[in-house]
Structure formats: structure tokens, C-alpha cells
Design a binder for this molecule. Structure first.
Ligand SMILES: Nc1ncnc2c1ncn2[C@@H]1O[C@@H]2COP(=O)(O)O[C@H]2[C@H]1O
Length: 711
């Protein structure tokens, strides 16, 4: 039995390698401090831990186990044991052993015990963490929720994500309590609004706020996760320690000082005793910051905060004015409050007038009134000027992009006007500006993201353009890495209705992906639309890849209406295709197909053009024959057919060429696409030199059947 135990233990114990330290180490070799998250990649020391059972791929098992336990903190000098098929007792707990000695002790204690009942390992579904939330599923959290089933925010063992919505809502609650205290303490101290009748109501409101403060200090803030050396620390002990180290903790505790106990001595009118509650200002700021981060228009928050400061200063001013009036005697002179109307509104009005210096202020009559007015004006000049300046800055920042856009448009149109450019051109330029702005809200998207690290920039670009890029067949057919490799190289360009995107015969430097809008691929004479390309279509790859030796555009492509495209340069495409042979093959296949279709189309077109005058001639002959009466009506068709056949066969040279084209000329011929040939009526006749004959010279694809018909 003992041997069995030892064997079992051996199977499930991970021993530290004698050559490697047991600590999770940083790349520079220093041990990671307690609190860092442990991942196999981040802790190379773990990878070297060896298993005593050589039959099992310990490294893999260990990596699996550690990735399951992602989020578990590695303690210095401690080894985490994650048995692959744990004995019953080990299943629920992570065993940490300080040293080798402890490890030995642990083994011997296991030997003393009864053999563990081996139960088949339960297969738990893998737990995926949301990428947005850094909160891991810590063991403590699971443990507590097992029997209490508290919502995670109330669970005292669950770490709180400082960027999560729930925490922001909590901050809102604390901020409301703070605002209440900030407003009401001054109000009740200065104005006689607390009467024996309503004292109880005020008290209830006060202590509700105090309760929120208390919960914040005791339950919420100590559980806030924090970043340490780039890792989220979620260990309850560590988060608590971290909070207690902060200055904010000291302020939070002082803000809860129960000075109101002195009410017993001074009476409940001494609301000023609650003044320490205002020390929770940091939470107010924290809430503003959090809102700033999560709201789509953070300017609203910033303006709101500045307005709050302005009104609060006026409020304090109003309270001070009332207190002075009360002290000097209500209505005792022209300067003090005369006791008419609602005291608070009148005083607030007076304070606003004085602070903003916009009204005719009553003349002070004694030194204290002079002092008050001087302080109020100074506050008006400096503080208010600062705050109002801040609002101006916030609004300027909010509209900076738009202002810069206007500046650019104005500069460009002024320049065109100075050069006396045609009005239509100027209008096109303005149209382009408008469209690009409406579509992108910027002119150089890449520039905006430049400050971000490469990977983040790529993720942002992927998220922004995912909708379009997911429609591109090329990216769907290839691995994701192609998309990731190319997404940052895509340059947005926009075109107006009828704009030429690429012109036939031009050198090809870029390939395009249609983001929005449609593009027409035009025939050679631009009279016909060969294809309409929609969202997610790719074009311009033939000349870019130099397929079949073609370096020139094979067709003109025009924007149908307003369209936004992504341009991809030759170098970028080549760079990506070097590592994605599959993508290169797909592009090549598609390009080959297009070339063949275009060629077939050209041939058909030429045939049709050539047969047109002949048919006309035949009809002329027929008409003449009819006139001369040499042909009966029922013979007309046959006559025509006969005549045509003979005309073709009589031209022996042409006829030969048609029936037995040489290998070279056959290659040079336009090639009929296979599906079209199965329709069976297509023909080609190589009489004139093809302008794009070189196109087909190197064609690698099998030459499809050419059906010659002489009708
Ligand atoms: N018949 C067609 N159907 C769809 N796309 C075409 C057709 N002909 C040409 N193109 C595209 O139009 C592009 C013009 O420039 P490229 O020759 O570089 O690459 C060409 C193809 O991507």
C-alpha cells in the first residue's frame, strides 16, 4: 500500500530541476516578484521542471496544467503542483511547498495516510477569459461561490476589474455620495435649512452615504486588481496590500472619521463636523477618468467636470455670502442679503454676479465686505478664467479634427482658384474632400494610429476594417496570418463617380480591394462593362503580379459611384505572398481565369465584328437574287449557307489556317474559355495581329478546345 502511494505520488509530483531555480524568472534572470501571473511562456523555469515518470511528456502536461490555472500567482520559492490525474484530496487544492524539505515532508505524510481513493478525473470544460476583462477565475473565487453563490461583485474573494462596468457603476454611486456631502455640508452649515423637523431625514441621507463610503474602503477598493510589471495581480492579499500602500487609502480612512459623534456634545447643527467626508475627492476624480475612458464623447465628461467646479465655487461663495449677511444681520445694509425671496437662490445669484463680474454689484460698506468682494473678484478673474479657458480648450480639442479638415479643404480650394483651374475640377476636388471626410473622418488614418505599438495598431486596423476584409474571398481562403500581415499595409483611397481607378495599358503598381461602392471593369473600347465588382472584390492583381508576363493593366476599371477602396502596393503584396504561397496560387489562378475569359470575349467580339459585314453582303446578294428571281424563297437560307461555306473554303490560305492552326499561332490566338466552348459555338480567326497577343504567349494553362464553325 505504501509502495502504491509512493508510486502514485511519484506519478503526480513535479520536482524542480536541480539545475534551474524554482522561481518564475524574468528574461533578465531576476525572479518575478510575488503577484505576477504565471504563464508557461512567462516562466521559463517551469518549462524545465521534470517529471519523474519518463513515460509521460511532463513538459506538455505541465504547460497544460499551468495554462488551465492561468491567473494563479506564483509565490517565491514555491512550486505549484498540478498533477495530471490528481488523487481525490489533491483535486481541489493547489499545493505549495516551500522547499525540497517540505516536498519530502509532504511525501512522507502522504505515505502515512490511507491510500487516496482514486476517482476518475473529471473533465471540466475549458474556461475562457474574456479578452476585455483581466479578471481571471481565481481559485478563491470559485471556492467562495461554491457555497455562497454571491454575485461576483459582492463576493469578498473575487477580484474586481478596475475597468469593468460594475466598478464604474459603483464609482458613480460613491461620486453621488461625495457630491451630496460636498454640496450639503456647506449648505446646512451656512443656511438654516436643517431644522429639528427634518434633522432625521438629513441624518438618514448622511449615514447612507457613510455606509457607501465604508463599503468602498472595506470591501471594494481592497479587491481592485492592479498591474504589476505588466501582469494583472488578482490575489486578494496582494490587492489589499496594494490599496493600503496608497495615499488614497489614508484619505479614504480619514474621510470616514466619525467626528459626528461630537454631535452629542455640539448638537446636530454642527454639520461642519462632517467636513472630512470631502477628502474622498480622489474617487470623484477616478470616476471622471473612468467615464472619460469609456464614453464615446469624453468631452462631455470633461466639460461636466469643469462646470461642476464652477458651480461648486459659486455655491461656496453663496454660502459664505449668506454667512456674512447672517453675521452682520440680514438686511442690515445695502450689501448684505436683504432676507427677501429664497435665501439660497438670491445668494447664489449674488455669488454668480460677483464671481463672473458681469453684474452691477452692491458696494461693500465695511472692511470684511471689502475683503469678501476682493476674494470673490480674484476668484472670478483667475479661477473662473482658468475654468472657462479649460472649457474652450475641451471644445477646441473636440472639434480639432473638423477644424483641421476645414483648413485643408480651404487651402486646397484656394490654391486651385489661384491657379484658375476649371470650376468642374474644383468641384470634383471639393466632392472628394467631402466624401473622404464623411467616410473616414480623417485623411491619413495610418498617421493617427502611428503612436500605437505595432501589434495594437494591427488589431485596431483589423477591428476597423474587419467587416470589409471578411468579405474578401482571398482572405477567407487563406490563413488569418495573411490578413494580419496585410491589414496594416492597406491604404484607404476614395474615388468619385466615373473616376478611373486603373487605366488599361498603365504600369500596375497597386492592387485594390473594394471597401464600399462598386467598380466597372471596362472593355477595351470602354463601350461595354465586362464585370461589376462589389464590396470585397479584388482587382489590379494581374499587372501587379506580372501574370503571364503582363506588367500593364489589362483593363480600365472605373468607379461606378462614390467608392472607397484599399490600395495595396506591389512591395507589400510581394512581401506577404513570399510567406503565403497559397495566396499567391489563388491570386494567380483567378488572374489566369480572368485572362482567359477576357481573351475569349475579345475573340467573340472580333468574330462578331467580322461576320457583320459578310452577313450584310450575303443579305445584299440574297436580295439581288430574289430580285432576279433565280432563287426561291424556301432556298434562301440554304443559299446563304452555301455561299458562305464556299466563300470560306475558297480562301484556301485562311481556310487552312482555320482548320489547322500552327502551334505558335494557336497559342497566339485568343483562347476560348472551357465553359464557353462547351456551349459549342465559339470560333476564332486570327487574321489581324492581336494588340495583346503577348498576353497569351506565355499562358501556362492548358489551351482550351477551339471550335471552328463556318456557318
Ligand atoms: N473580365 C474581368 N472580370 C473581372 N475583373 C477583371 C476582368 N478583366 C480585368 N479585370 C481586373 O481589372 C484589373 C485591371 O488591372 P490588372 O490588369 O492589373 O488586373 C485586372 C483584373 O484584376
Amino acid at each position: 500500500m505504501v509502495l502504491e502511494k509512493l508510486r502514485l505520488l511519484k506519478r503526480h509530483t513535479v520536482y524542480p530541476s536541480p539545475t534551474q531555480p524554482q522561481l518564475a524568472t524574468k528574461p533578465d534572470g531576476h525572479p518575478k516578484p510575488y503577484g505576477s501571473w504565471c504563464t508557461p511562456e512567462a516562466t521559463p523555469a517551469h518549462a524545465s521542471l521534470t517529471h519523474t515518470n519518463s513515460n509521460i511528456d511532463t513538459k506538455t502536461q505541465f504547460r497544460d496544467a499551468t495554462s488551465q490555472a492561468k491567473g494563479t500567482l506564483i509565490q517565491p520559492k514555491k512550486v505549484l503542483l498540478f498533477p495530471s490525474t490528481p488523487p481525490h484530496e489533491l483535486k481541489s487544492k493547489v499545493i505549495t511547498l516551500d522547499t525540497d524539505t517540505e516536498l519530502q515532508d509532504f511525501k512522507s505524510s502522504m505515505i502515512k495516510d490511507d491510500p487516496p481513493e482514486r476517482s476518475p478525473p473529471e473533465k471540466k470544460p475549458p474556461v475562457f477569459e474574456s479578452p476585455q476583462s483581466p479578471v481571471p477565475n481565481s481559485p478563491s473565487r470559485k471556492k467562495c461561490r461554491g457555497f455562497l453563490q454571491l454575485p461576483s461583485f459582492c463576493d469578498p474573494f473575487t477580484p474586481i476589474d478596475p475597468q469593468g462596468k460594475v466598478y464604474i457603476i459603483w464609482l458613480l454611486l460613491v461620486t453621488c455620495c461625495y457630491t451630496y456631502n460636498a454640496w450639503v455640508i456647506a449648505l446646512r452649515t451656512a443656511f438654516p435649512y436643517q431644522t429639528p423637523d427634518n434633522t432625521l431625514h438629513w441624518m438618514i441621507a448622511d449615514y447612507c452615504c457613510d455606509l457607501v463610503y465604508l463599503l468602498d474602503v472595506a470591501l471594494i477598493k481592497p479587491r481592485l486588481m492592479y498591474l504589476h510589471e505588466g501582469f494583472w495581480v488578482d490575489d486578494p492579499g496582494e490587492t489589499r496590500k496594494n490599496y493600503r500602500k496608497k495615499l488614497q487609502y489614508k484619505f479614504d480612512v480619514v474621510s470616514l472619521l466619525p467626528l459626528d459623534l461630537l454631535y452629542i456634545h455640539f448638537g446636530t447643527q454642527m454639520v461642519i463636523l462632517r467636513l472630512p467626508r470631502l477628502l474622498k475627492l480622489q474617487t470623484f476624480w477616478e470616476f471622471n477618468l473612468a467615464l472619460d475612458r469609456v464614453l464615446s464623447s469624453p468631452y462631455v465628461v470633461r466639460i461636466g467636470k469643469t462646470l461642476f467646479y464652477i458651480f461648486y465655487l459659486i455655491h461656496i461663495n453663496a454660502c459664505a455670502y449668506y454667512m456674512m449677511s447672517d453675521y452682520e444681520g440680514i438686511g442690515s445694509n445695502d450689501w448684505v442679503y436683504d432676507g427677501k425671496g429664497c435665501a439660497y437662490i438670491r445668494c447664489f445669484y449674488f455669488a454668480t454676479k460677483t464671481a463672473t463680474s458681469i453684474g452691477k454689484n452692491p458696494k461693500p460698506e465695511n472692511p470684511s465686505e471689502y475683503l469678501f468682494m476682493t476674494a470673490a473678484w480674484l476668484m472670478g478673474v483667475f479661477v473662473f478664467a482658468l475654468l472657462i479657458g479649460q472649457i474652450r480648450d475641451i471644445i477646441a480639442t473636440a472639434t480639432r479634427a473638423k477644424t483641421e479638415y476645414r483648413k485643408t479643404v480651404d487651402g486646397c480650394t484656394r490654391y486651385l482658384r489661384q491657379l484658375n483651374m476649371p470650376a468642374s475640377l474644383q468641384q470634383r476636388v471639393t466632392c472628394w474632400f467631402n466624401y473622404t471626410w464623411n467616410e473616414q473622418k480623417c485623411f491619413d488614418e495610418a498617421n493617427i494610429l502611428n503612436v500605437l505599438p505595432y501589434n495594437m495598431k494591427r488589431d485596431v486596423a483589423l477591428a476597423v476594417h474587419m467587416e470589409t476584409l471578411s468579405k474578401v474571398q482571398l482572405f477567407r481562403d487563406c490563413s488569418d496570418s495573411l490578413l494580419r500581415a496585410l491589414v496594416l499595409q492597406l491604404r484607404p483611397v476614395s474615388f468619385l463617380p466615373g473616376d478611373v481607378v486603373v487605366r488599361r495599358g498603365d504600369a500596375g503598381h497597386q492592387m485594390y480591394i473594394i471597401k464600399t461602392g462598386e467598380c466597372y471593369v471596362m472593355s477595351h473600347d470602354e463601350n461595354e462593362v465586362l464585370a461589376t465588382l462589389g464590396e470585397g472584390s479584388v482587382f489590379g492583381e494581374i499587372s501587379l503580379l506580372g501574370i503571364n508576363g503582363m506588367r500593364r493593366r489589362t483593363a480600365t476599371v472605373r468607379s461606378r459611384g462614390y467608392s472607397s477602396l484599399f490600395a495595396l502596393s506591389r512591395n507589400d503584396l510581394y512581401g506577404a505572398l513570399r510567406h503565403h504561397k497559397e495566396a499567391a496560387r489563388i491570386l494567380r489562378l483567378r488572374a489566369d481565369q480572368i485572362i482567359r475569359e477576357n481573351a475569349a470575349r475579345q475573340v467573340n467580339q472580333r468574330m462578331a465584328d467580322r461576320q457583320e459585314p459578310r452577313r450584310a453582303r450575303s443579305y445584299q446578294c440574297l436580295a439581288q437574287a430574289r430580285k432576279s428571281g433565280s432563287l426561291h424563297d424556301h432556298d434562301e437560307a440554304g443559299g446563304v449557307r452555301r455561299r458562305r461555306t464556299s466563300s470560306l473554303s475558297s480562301g484556301s490560305a485562311d481556310g487552312r489556317r482555320l482548320r489547322a492552326p500552327s502551334a505558335l499561332s494557336r497559342r497566339k490566338l485568343s483562347v476560348v474559355s472551357e465553359n464557353k466552348t462547351t456551349a459549342g459555338v465559339e470560333a476564332c480567326e486570327p487574321r489581324e495581329p492581336e494588340p495583346t497577343s503577348s498576353v497569351y504567349g506565355n499562358l501556362q494553362a492548358p489551351i482550351p478546345k477551339i471550335v471552328l464553325s463556318c456557318d
